[in-house]
Design a protein around this ligand. Structure first.
Ligand SMILES: Cc1cc2nc3c(=O)[nH]c(=O)nc-3n(C[C@H](O)[C@H](O)[C@H](O)COP(=O)(O)OP(=O)(O)OC[C@H]3O[C@@H](n4cnc5c(N)ncnc54)[C@H](O)[C@@H]3O)c2cc1C
Length: 367
């Protein structure tokens, strides 16, 4: 039995750990830099897709807890213009629930609770690794070390494992998404809370976006997307910036920026090159954002990370030779990611263009 180290306990890493344990791998450890499972507030709601996120949960025997925790109706979307006119409203008719929504927190909890005790080693920020026999000796920032036959980098956008596999870096796509939340939104921003109606808003105008979603705990999460340089930083006050950047937008939207809870995160948007390629190594691979970072405007990132986990687990069962398993997995993963990234880049451009509302209506099939 090989010793498998997964670096990063995000949706990709935890899904892989679960799938490997279900398939009989007994030595699987996830090293996560968060100090413990409560260290970070988890982000907004995610829609899981049948062919990827849901397929991974199904094979991980986790559909029962998923069904107990998903949020019926949270997939319903409204498209609005900058004057707060509702252009399309999925609350109005009956909508097929083909892409059920779950909050990141409950998804993470389901995955964590499915793992055998002590699978996740918290407070373990990967720092470096060196070759050791057929595997790797891992070094963590807290001073500990550990040996693994196979290392899987599931450590997200700024992966420290990826450089061991390829020097290829993501490119800047020309925009930034500024992410924030308002807790207890029903009381703090009641008008916005009412507008979101437990679902999602896509507010489009002036080649900018404001995407708002309701979480099950009463929080509204949002991210404002706008064209920028790669080194964009907020000079001064968030509300002043919003009033300048989104000048002329309906006053109701401003309430989000005036009442933001717990700070905000500017995320310059990067994407992996669509033609990235590398030679498979026998004992280290990557998945999820570490392998194929892309902007969030097609809602595919978590789904792709979970599908990578599913495919990698299948390859590790099917191919007894580890390099062969990694080679087959990586070849298909790059092909999949490239097609999804191309679609995502197009969608990102369409939503940040003067015709964004018409484009969005076409994307979701309302015209
Ligand atoms: C604003 C925004 C909205 C989004 N909306 C959606 C959406 O609606 N639907 C969707 O599918 N996707 C969405 N995404 C994309 C999605 O968040 C990512 O694609 C997804 O989280 C990738 O999962 P992952 O497991 O690969 O990496 P991550 O979720 O980034 O997890 C990486 C984990 O590794 C840990 N880690 C990092 N470095 C180290 C280290 N050195 N040592 C140990 N641990 C480490 C981190 O703490 C983290 O727990 C969105 C992204 C953003 C920014």
């Amino acid at each position: 039995m090989k010793k498998i180290a997964i670096i990063g306990g995000g949706p990709g890493g935890l899904t892989l750990a679960r799938l490997l344990q279900v398939k009989g791998f007994t030595s699987v450890t996830v090293y996560e830099r968060d100090v413990n499972k409560e260290a970070r507030v988890q982000g907004a709601t995610l829609d899981l897709h049948e062919e990827s996120g849901l397929a991974a949960l199904q094979e991980g025997l986790l559909m029962e807890p998923f069904i107990a925790n998903y949020r019926p109706g949270a997939d319903k979307m409204r498209i609005l213009d900058k004057d707060a006119n509702i252009i399309a409203d999925e609350h109005a008719g009956k909508k097929d629930e083909t892409r059920p929504e779950i909050d990141r927190g409950p998804l993470r909890k389901i995955l964590l609770e499915s793992l055998t005790e002590d699978t996740v080693v918290w407070d373990s920020q990967f720092a470096d690794m060196e070759k050791s026999g057929d595997g790797w000796l891992l070094h963590f920032k807290n001073g500990t070390t550990s040996y693994a036959d196979l290392v899987v980098g599931a450590d997200g956008a700024n992966s420290k494992i990826r450089p061991f596999i390829t020097p290829i870096r993501p490119f800047f796509v020309g925009m930034t998404a500024l992410e924030g939340s308002v807790y207890d939104a029903e009381n703090i921003v009641p008008e916005m809370f009412e507008l979101v109606k437990g679902g999602k808003l896509f507010i489009l105008g002036d080649s900018k976006t404001l995407i708002v979603s309701a979480k099950g705990d009463g929080t509204l999460s949002f991210y404002a997307g706008f064209k920028s340089s790669a080194d964009w930083t907020l000079n001064g006050n968030l509300l002043d910036w919003y009033r300048r950047e989104f000048k002329g937008w309906a006053p109701v939207y401003e309430t989000l920026f005036a009442n933001v809870s717990g700070g905000f995160i500017p995320r310059p948007q990067y994407c992996m090159p669509l033609d990235q390629d590398w030679e498979a190594l026998p004992n280290v691979t990557i998945l999820g954002d570490a392998a194929h970072l892309m902007p969030p405007y097609a809602g595919e990132g978590v789904n792709m990370a979970m599908l990578d986990a599913l495919e990698l687990s299948r390859c590790l069962v099917k191919h007894k030779n580890m390099q062969e398993a990694i080679e087959v997995y990586e070849r298909e993963m790059r092909k999949r990611a490239s097609a999804t990234a191309a679609m995502t880049l197009t969608q990102t451009e369409l939503l940040h263009s003067p015709e964004a509302i018409r484009n969005m209506m076409e994307i979701v099939g309302h015209v």
